[in-house]
Design a protein around this ligand. Structure first.
Ligand code: ADP
Ligand code: ZN
Ligand code: ZN
Length: 763
């Protein structure tokens, strides 16, 4: 008998394994049941949807009498065996319910579900996914039809046949031309004058293919990168190549060549880019080279469009997937290459269950499939740089210069503490004002960047830039207005706290502020400074809320002769306008103060990316960075065009405090509407975890910190606490957490829990 291993689609941590079911004879024939099919099964006296993750012949050891039969096959296969194993790995590695992990591989638009039936006599009702393939009806003249002459009075018939003489048409198209046609077509079909055929329609195929695609001769840096990728692909064992290349060094061209080779060999590839840089321009570059072999997957497509792109990959009609994070799970045939561009981006970490990191999952997948992982960035993550140093199967290739040898922009750091103005400082330094006026007078363009990742939850001295930090954790302390003994400062990692100082502990200034600056205010001040002839285009969360607003704002910036583009994080990446001569950073520091051990790394990456927007064309570019903390290594590194200035300070700090890449963190987050319940639950869970850790010598070096309230101790009406676990980088502590959580009993009903393995933020 054939036995299927089935993951039951019930969302609970208690079900952490697949279950065996017998395959009925009607499904045992070839083409019947395959790995990846959704099925209907009986589970604990109720029907359930499940996914087949394995098939095997029964052995004498199987107690077949205990196995239940699969009731029904519900779908064609969504994934293969390697993907099925990958889903199980994700669930274990990221402490997530299996059903969450398996859903990653289901088609966009969803899979069949069971819903409790409130009114009917059956308890459960099967709900088919709302999205699937759609067909078009095509009409054409038959042999007979071609010589048919309609009667003079049949006006509609005449028009219809006239239209069809040009060739076959979709019914919908005909209706646009001739008006309602259904009855006429039906009548003509009956008489054998036209024939109708249903054909699959692919929704939203992206644009025309660019016709003139020139393939440049590679620079030596590009060639070196491609050679490294080639030999990694020959080795076919999950090796990693990091393309460590400055902005504009031609990394995308390297990706294109590598994909081209995979396609020649009959394989497939996946390219991940951050959602925000997945623009029409990016897609056109890939489609220009590989045409219809490219499928595009991102959240701005409708569900139907995404389903069609996914299905094109599943059928093998397209072999290259380009998309945001979740495109990693697309059903590409014979996947041999995964490319992750801007690999340091935080958006590769999913912030809902399963909280996977696309880079780590891609590595696992490429090892399993014998493929190659290519990472690209101008500012690689510290974890990635460390891996390249420590591991034989990770290789770093440097692309040190821009393709046309354009010089990197000149960088000026303005020390804001030296600007005049006392506690009521101007937004713009004297140097920035001069440069902005120059851009206006010479008719060039400027990009002004306002860092809004700081949440004004810290305090900063307006005179010396001092920000209080926790002595234990090296993260900034969070300011609390109200507390038992007046305003206080808290560390949200170790729970240390003290009362807030009244004057700056460093310089004695009374001007300790916690004010933030908004984009609106900056826009007003820019307008006042530059006058009416200088258009100011503002790009932030507010101005880009509507669909397509993002691209509209950018193209209006492109169309102006002279202009300022003012924006937040969203303008840091991917902008490629050759006539930008000035990049101004209004407040370089705010993200450096975030109470997060990655604050310095993020700050450095952000400034480096923003600076990369200047001087991309023939005009030289300059960057002015305003800072209250000009000696911070992240800022110095950007100023000196030297990553090592940053790394040489940051690496020893990470090692000393054992943060990643020298450890692995797991953040367990609890939240709920009742503060006391959340606190109690957090303390109880921490106690149980500690007990389990102490009981097992394999976890002797694991540290448990907290529980403590989160930096955002209350969000959207929920009180939030967290427990932070620090373990060795190769620790298997997730397994222990899984086993503790599996038997967790909630006291209150209202406390939710999330486990974030390798968290990207701890707020
Ligand atoms: P990156 O991804 O490293 O920022 P891109 O791949 O976007 O850089 O390349 C920047 C520009 O240089 C693009 O317009 C690209 O077409 C062009 N380019 C890439 N490689 C070459 C080359 N070898 N010779 C000339 N131009 C190139
Ligand atoms: Zn001070
Ligand atoms: Zn601390």
């Amino acid at each position: 008998m054939l036995v299927a291993s089935v993951i039951v689609d019930i969302n609970t941590r208690a079900l952490d394994d697949a279950f065996d079911y017998l395959v009925p004879a009607n499904l045992a024939a070839p083409g019947g049941l395959e790995v990846g099919c959704a099925v209907l099964v009986d589970f604990a006296h109720r029907p359930a949807v499940g996914y087949v993750v394995g098939l095997r012949e029964s052995t004498p050891d199987d107690d077949l009498g205990k196995f239940k039969l699969i009731s029904e096959r519900l779908s064609p296969p969504y994934f293969d065996e390697v993907s099925a194993r990958c889903a199980q790995w994700i669930a274990r590695e990221y402490c997530a319910p299996l059903s969450d992990a398996i859903h990653l591989f289901a088609p966009p638009g969803g899979a069949p579900k069971l819903k409790r039936n409130e009114t009917g006599d059956k308890d459960w009702e099967l709900v088919e996914p709302g999205v699937g393939p759609v067909d078009d009806r095509w009409v054409r003249l038959t042999q007979v039809g071609r010589s048919y002459i309609p009667p003079k009075t049949a006006v509609k018939q005449q028009a219809l046949i006239e239209a069809l003489r040009e060739g076959e048409m979709r019914v919908a198209e005909l209706a646009l031309e001739v008006g309602s046609v259904n009855a006429t077509i039906k009548a003509l079909e009956k008489r054998g004058i036209v024939s109708i055929e249903s054909r699959r329609r692919i929704r939203g195929v992206p644009g025309e293919l660019p016709s003139d695609v020139r393939i440049p001769k590679l620079t030596s840096g590009q060639q070196a990168a491609l050679d490294a990728i080639d030999s990694a692909m020959d080795a076919a064992c999950g090796r990693v190549v990091l393309c460590d290349g400055v902005t504009g060094s031609g990394k995308t061209e390297v990706y294109l060549r590598a994909i081209s080779r995979v396609l020649e060999q009959g394989g497939g590839a996946i390219v991940l880019v951050p959602e925000i840089s997945l623009t029409a321009q990016t897609v056109a570059r890939f489609r220009g080279r590989f045409g219809d072999q490219v499928a595009v997957l991102h959240s701005r497509l409708s569900k139907g469009e995404r389903f069609d792109q996914w299905d094109l990959l599943r059928s093998g009609g397209a072999r290259v997937a380009i998309g945001a994070r979740s495109a990693l799970f697309a059903p590409v045939h014979d996947l041999r290459l995964v490319i992750i561009d801007e690999e340091h981006e935080g958006s590769y970490k999913q912030d809902s269950s399963p909280r996977y990191h696309a880079r780590d999952v891609a590595l696992h997948l490429m090892r399993e499939r014998g493929g190659t992982l290519v990472l690209g960035s101008a500012t690689p993550a510290l974890e990635t740089l460390a891996n390249c140093q420590l591991r034989d199967d990770w290789q770093r290739v440097v692309l040190p210069s821009r393709v046309k040898e354009q010089p990197m922009p000149s960088i000026t750091i303005v020390d804001m503490t030296q600007e005049p103005g006392g506690s009521h400082r101007e937004l713009f330094s004297r140097e920035m004002v001069r440069a902005l006026l120059e851009v206006r007078d010479q008719g060039h363009k400027a990009v002004m960047f306002l860092n809004q990742r700081g949440y004004a939850n810290f305090i900063m001295c307006q005179d010396c830039g001092y920000v209080p930090h926790c002595a234990n954790c090296s993260t900034s302390l969070t300011y609390h207005e109200r507390g038992g003994d007046g305003p206080s400062l808290h560390c949200h990692h170790c729970d240390a706290h003290s009362s807030a100082p009244v004057v700056c502990p460093r310089c004695g200034s009374p001007y300790l502020s916690r004010s933030g600056v908004g984009t609106q205010r900056v826009q007003d001040e820019l307008a006042a400074l530059l006058g009416p002839d200088m258009p100011i285009i503002r790009m932030d969360a507010d101005s880009t809320r509507t669909k397509g607003a993002h691209e509209k704002l950018l193209s209006s910036f492109a169309a102006e002769d002279r202009a300022v583009l003012l924006g937040t994080q969203m303008i840091a990446k991917g902008l490629d306008y050759p006539d930008v001569t000035l990049v101004g950073v209004i407040n370089a520091d705010t993200s450096l103060y975030l109470p997060d051990f990655r604050a310095g790394e993020r700050g450095y990456q952000l400034l480096e990316q923003v600076s990369g927007r200047a001087g991309r064309g023939d005009l030289p570019g300059r960057v002015i960075i305003q800072s209250y903390w000009p000696q911070h290594p992240a800022i110095q590194a950007v100023a000196k065009h030297s990553r090592n200035v940053f790394l040489s300070q940051e690496i020893p700090l990470r090692r000393e405090l054992s943060y990643p890449p020298y450890s692995r963190l797991i953040n367990i987050l609890l939240w709920g509407a009742q503060a006391s319940e959340v606190e109690q639950e957090a303390k109880q869970l921490a106690g149980r975890l500690l007990e389990a850790l102490l009981a097992d010598s394999r976890y002797a070096d694991v540290k448990l910190l907290g529980p403590s309230p989160c930096v955002f101790s209350k969000l959207k009406g929920s009180y939030r606490w967290h427990i932070l676990i620090k373990a060795a980088a190769d620790s298997q502590v997730a397994a222990l957490i899984n086993s503790v959580l599996k038997t967790r009993k909630k006291n209150g009903q209202g406390v939710s829990l999330a486990v974030d393995v390798d968290p990207m933020q701890l707020l």
